[in-house]
Design a protein around this ligand. Structure first.
Ligand code: BMA
Length: 395
C-alpha cells in the first residue's frame, strides 16, 4: 500500500531530521524522574552518574570516615580507610541524631559544625554524601531505640505533629546550609546533594518507627509527609531519598514493600544487612543467600527506574581476615545482576579509648583484614574516592 503526504521528499527529510535531532539533544537529565522534580542540577547529576556507573562499578562507603577512627579523633586529613588503602572512601555516611534537640554534637559525639565542614571537604574532592538520622522519640523524649509508639502521634492530625515539624525545620536548615563553591564542576556557591535515608531498618523492632510500633499506613504517611514538607514547604531541593528496610533474610521479598511510600517518594532502593553474609538466619551459604538478596534488589530497582544500593553492611571488628574478598566481593560478583548495585556503605569505626570497643567496620593500619581490604580496593569493580569520575555535572 502506498500513500502520499502531499509534502515534497526534501521537506520530509528536513522534518524527519528535526524530529530526530530533538530526540538526540534531549539531555538524559530531563528523562530522569526523581522524588523531587525540582532537584538541583548537581543532585540530578548525582542520580544519573550513580545510575550509569553502577553497571560496571560499586562505590565503597564508610560512616563517619573523617571524624574519627579506632585510634584517633578529629585530626585533619585522617581516615582509617585512607590510611590502609591510600584513598578516602567514595561515599561518606553522616549521622544526624540529636540535631533535632539543638545539640552541638550528635549522639556519637561528632560536632555538627565540624560535620558540615567534613561534608563539604568530601564533596569537594568528588565524594558522595549520605545522611542517616537516629531521631529521638518525639513523644517519649527517649532516644531512637525507645520504642514507645510515636508515629501515630506525629503524622498530620497527631498531638505531637508540631514538635515533629519543628524537628524537620531544623533538619531542613541543616541541609539547606550545606553549600560549596569552587568545585571542579561548579565555581559558584551551590548546594551539596545528599542521599537522605530516614526511618531506616523499619522492618526491625529496635527503633520507635519499627514494624511492631506503627501500622504500615502510618509509617507510609510519615514518609510521605516528610518528603512533601521538606520539598514543598521548606524548599529543600538537594536530596535523593533512600528506602532501606533491614535484611531480606528476615521476611518474604514481597514484604519489602510493606512500608513503601511509593515510587514518587523514593530515588534509591536499599537494605541494611549485617548478618546474612555470616550464614546467619539458617542459610547454609551466606554468600549465595546474600547474592540472591542483592539480585532481587537490583531487579526490582531496575523495573522501577530506581538505584539499588547496599545502604549498610559490614562485619563488626572484622574477625575474618579475608571477609572483604571471600564474603563481600564474592557476593557482589555472585552473578551479573548483583554487580549492578551502586554503592555499599560500612558502618563507623568507633574510637577504641572513648567510645565502644571493637565496634568498627573498616580496617585501620595493622588490622588483620588490611591486606585483604587492599585487594578488595584494587578490584576493578570497586571504586574508592580517587577512582571516581566527576559525579556532579552532566556534560
Ligand atoms: C549504631 C551504633 C551506635 C550509634 C548509632 C548511630 O549502629 O554504631 O553506637 O550510636 O549507630 O550512629
Amino acid at each position: 500500500m502506498s500513500f502520499s503526504t502531499g509534502l515534497s521528499p526534501i521537506l520530509l527529510i528536513i522534518l524527519f531530521s528535526l524530529v530526530s535531532c530533538n530526540r538526540d539533544v534531549r539531555s538524559p537529565a530531563q528523562e530522569v524522574v526523581l522524588a523531587d522534580p525540582d532537584a538541583t542540577e548537581e543532585t540530578r547529576a548525582l542520580f544519573i552518574h550513580l545510575d550509569r556507573i553502577r553497571h560496571d562499578h560499586v562505590l565503597f562507603g564508610h560512616q563517619d570516615a573523617l571524624a574519627y577512627g579506632v585510634h584517633w579523633i578529629d585530626e585533619p586529613g585522617r581516615s582509617d580507610v585512607k590510611e590502609v588503602t591510600g584513598s578516602y572512601p567514595a561515599v561518606y555516611g553522616w549521622e544526624l541524631g540529636d540535631l533535632e534537640l539543638g545539640a552541638v554534637k550528635n549522639l556519637d559525639n561528632v560536632n555538627f559544625e565540624s560535620m558540615r565542614d567534613w561534608i563539604r571537604e568530601g564533596y569537594k574532592r568528588g565524594g558522595v554524601i549520605t545522611l542517616s538520622w537516629h531521631m529521638n522519640n518525639p513523644v517519649s523524649g527517649g532516644n531512637a531505640w525507645d520504642t514507645h509508639p510515636a508515629v501515630q502521634y506525629i503524622i498530620p492530625g497527631g498531638e505531637h505533629h508540631e514538635i515533629f515539624k519543628g524537628w524537620l525545620d531544623i533538619f531542613a536548615d541543616f541541609v539547606k546550609n550545606l553549600t560549596a563553591s569552587g568545585t571542579q564542576w561548579n565555581e559558584n556557591e551551590h548546594l551539596i546533594p545528599v542521599i537522605f535515608r530516614p526511618y531506616h531498618e523499619q522492618s526491625g523492632n529496635w527503633f520507635w518507627w519499627g514494624d511492631p510500633y506503627c501500622t504500615h499506613e502510618d509509617y507510609i504517611q510519615l514518609w510521605q509527609f516528610t518528603v512533601e514538607y521538606l520539598r514543598d514547604v521548606k524548599g529543600v531541593h538537594n536530596i535523593l531519598y533512600a528506602y532501606s528496610p533491614h535484611s531480606l533474610s528476615e521476611y518474604d521479598n514481597d514484604q519489602y514493600w510493606d512500608w513503601y511510600p511509593g515510587d514518587e517518594y523514593i530515588d534509591i532502593l536499599g537494605f541494611d544487612d549485617y548478618f546474612t553474609l555470616q550464614s546467619g538466619y539458617g542459610f547454609a551459604d551466606g554468600v549465595s543467600a546474600f547474592t540472591g538478596h542483592l539480585r532481587w534488589l537490583v531487579e526490582q530497582s531496575e523495573a522501577r527506574g530506581k538505584i539499588p544500593a547496599l545502604t549498610e553492611a559490614g562485619l563488626e571488628a572484622i574477625p575474618d581476615p579475608t571477609w572483604w574478598t571471600n564474603k563481600m566481593l564474592a557476593a557482589i560478583k555472585g552473578d551479573p545482576a548483583t554487580k549492578r548495585i551502586s554503592y555499599l556503605l560500612v558502618w563507623r569505626n568507633a574510637h577504641h579509648e572513648t567510645d565502644r570497643q571493637d565496634h568498627f567496620y573498616a580496617p585501620y593500619p595493622g588490622h588483620k583484614s588490611s591486606d585483604d581490604f587492599i585487594t578488595f580496593r584494587n578490584d576493578p569493580i570497586i571504586l574508592f574516592e580517587d577512582d571516581l569520575p566527576v559525579m556532579y555535572h552532566i556534560p
